[in-house]
Design a protein around this ligand. Structure first.
Ligand code: CMP
Length: 139
């Protein structure tokens, strides 16, 4: 079924000029980038986005990292986009990521892991709505 997922190209990726290379992996996998913008996340935006992790020991570090440089927020569309993008990203920890995945190719560590993708369709809708209006998404 055609669906949408939310993606972030994280600060470690923008810093190393990897946004084009990562987009090529996304597009080669058959996912369409139907919205995209480069933003510098505020602390409030990052804290809201990662609210679910606020009791985790790495929360402060995560918010600091995500606000340390620009990110590219995206909406990806395609068949089973949520699961498909998780497959394309690879495991959260790049040491465990499969060959050919974005994290295997580019990620530096479990924290600086180049990309975020929604973990469910419900969360995709919530995450997309935090960063995009309907008019900004051109499918
Ligand atoms: P993401 O998919 O963006 O969602 C939560 C993020 O927390 C995750 O990717 C990682 O970047 C980060 N994260 C998970 N585990 C750790 C950890 N042990 N230390 C630092 N960051 C982590």
């Amino acid at each position: 079924m055609t669906e949408r997922t939310f993606s972030i190209l994280k600060p470690d990726a923008t810093r190393r000029n990897l946004t084009g290379k990562i987009n090529a992996v996304i597009e080669d996998a058959g996912l369409r980038i139907v919205a995209q913008k480069r933003i510098h996340m505020s602390k409030a935006q990052a804290e809201k986005f990662y609210e679910i992790h606020k009791e985790r020991p790495f929360f402060g570090e995560l918010v600091e990292f995500m606000t340390s440089a620009p990110v590219v927020v995206q909406v990806l569309e395609g068949a089973d986009a949520v699961a498909k993008y998780r497959e394309v990203m690879g495991a959260t920890n790049p040491a465990q990521a499969a060959d050919g995945t974005i994290r295997k190719l580019f990620a530096e560590s479990v924290g600086e892991n180049s990309v975020h993708g929604s973990d469910s369709q419900d969360n995709a809708k919530i995450e997309i709505a935090q960063f995009f209006t309907d008019a900004e998404i051109v499918g």
